[in-house]
Design a protein around this ligand. Structure first.
Ligand SMILES: Nc1ncnc2c1ncn2[C@@H]1O[C@H](COP(=O)(O)OP(=O)(O)OP(=O)(O)O)[C@@H](O)[C@H]1O
Ligand SMILES: [Mg+2]
Length: 302
């Protein structure tokens, strides 16, 4: 059946029920030549919910979101947006469907003011051609309003964005995506390089985006961060789904164990027990011993 790009044919396949997920992957996979980075992955994103994707280094998290964000194409399985089968050939197509991605290495210009970065690539202009020029006042005002709407208060929008902390920059990027009409927000390890307090602030804005009705895909290798905001948890291991569970089906401890690989952790503890002076009972259950436990920091800064 030729369904490519023809709405009618696709809608017969999957009638829109009104509560179709924003994004759905069914048995999706991706091979890079001979390397099978992802295989048989199901993922569902609903409005007003946070879907977490967890997994260790190389588990396939970035590969998964690159498919959803239009950077790569899946080589197996199906990909639906609003119940309609899609195959994106560029990030622009994903963006046109309201799927916005905030990458960890944010695409900002460090020396430009915050408000300028907020509108980067989509500047507001005024006046008729050929004397069209940037509408600086309106951009400043809008950026200020939008940041405040998300609860982000910056003293001075004129300051270069490079002077903001990593967490603040993530927050500006989230507010920007919301303003430009994102329905699905993909965040690739937004808290990975952040301290406890800053992570808490970013988690707060993930919750704010969720409360505004966006479907959020939150990629992280920190089960504590995931559990603070997540509604559904997908754990990837070596490119396949090891766990897919709703919040009601899995506790933080179990999630952490899945992440750490229970057996591997037990073996590690056993080895450490041979080392004098190491109290293995005191060891956390997560493999990532350096991961900040952000419990109780959700309120973040004042
Ligand atoms: N462009 C590529 N070409 C070939 N192999 C790739 C490519 N991108 C990723 N891979 C392989 O696919 C697997 C999954 O990588 P991916 O980047 O998706 O993992 P990840 O979960 O995001 O890891 P990390 O936590 O380190 O970011 C890895 O084995 C990686 O080597
Ligand atoms: Mg990655």
């Amino acid at each position: 059946m030729t369904t490519e790009g023809t709405h009618g044919a696709i809608l017969q396949d999957t009638p829109p029920t009104g509560d179709a997920p924003l994004v759905e992957l069914r048995g999706a996979g991706k091979s890079y030549g001979n390397i099978r980075a992802l295989h048989g992955v199901d993922l569902t994103v609903h409005p007003g919910k946070v879907t977490c994707v967890l997994g260790d280094n190389g588990a396939g998290k970035s590969t998964l979101i690159k498919i959803v964000s239009g950077l790569h194409q899946h080589t197996e399985g199906d990909f639906y947006v609003d119940g309609e089968q899609v195959r994106f050939t560029s990030p622009r197509e994903a963006l046109d469907r309201g799927i916005a991605t905030v990458y960890q290495d944010l695409a900002t210009v460090p020396l430009m003011p915050v408000w300028r970065n907020f509108f980067l690539g989509s500047e507001m202009t005024k006046g008729p051609w050929p004397v069209r020029r940037l509408d600086i006042d309106r951009m400043k005002k809008t950026a200020d309003e939008e940041l405040r709407n998300m609860g982000i208060v910056l003293d001075d929008l004129e300051q270069p964005i490079g002077t903001l902390s990593g967490g603040q920059r993530q927050c500006v990027a989230i507010a920007r995506a919301v303003y430009f009409g994102a329905r699905v927000l993909i965040l690739d390890e937004p808290t990975a390089a952040l301290g406890v307090k800053q992570s808490g602030v970013v988690l707060k804005y993930i919750a704010a985006a969720r409360d505004r009705g966006l479907g959020v895909i939150f990629i992280t290798h920190n089960p504590h961060h995931a559990y603070m905001v997540g509604d559904h948890f997908n754990v990837l291991r070596l490119g396949t789904l090891e766990l897919s569970a709703a919040r009601s089906e899995v506790g933080l401890e179990e999630l952490t164990n899945h992440m750490a690989g229970g057996a591997e952790l037990a073996a590690l503890k056993h080895e450490l027990a041979q080392v004098r002076g190491v109290d293995v009972e005191e060891l956390p259950d997560a493999r990532d011993l350096t991961a900040p436990v952000a419990t109780g920091t959700e309120e973040g800064t004042t």
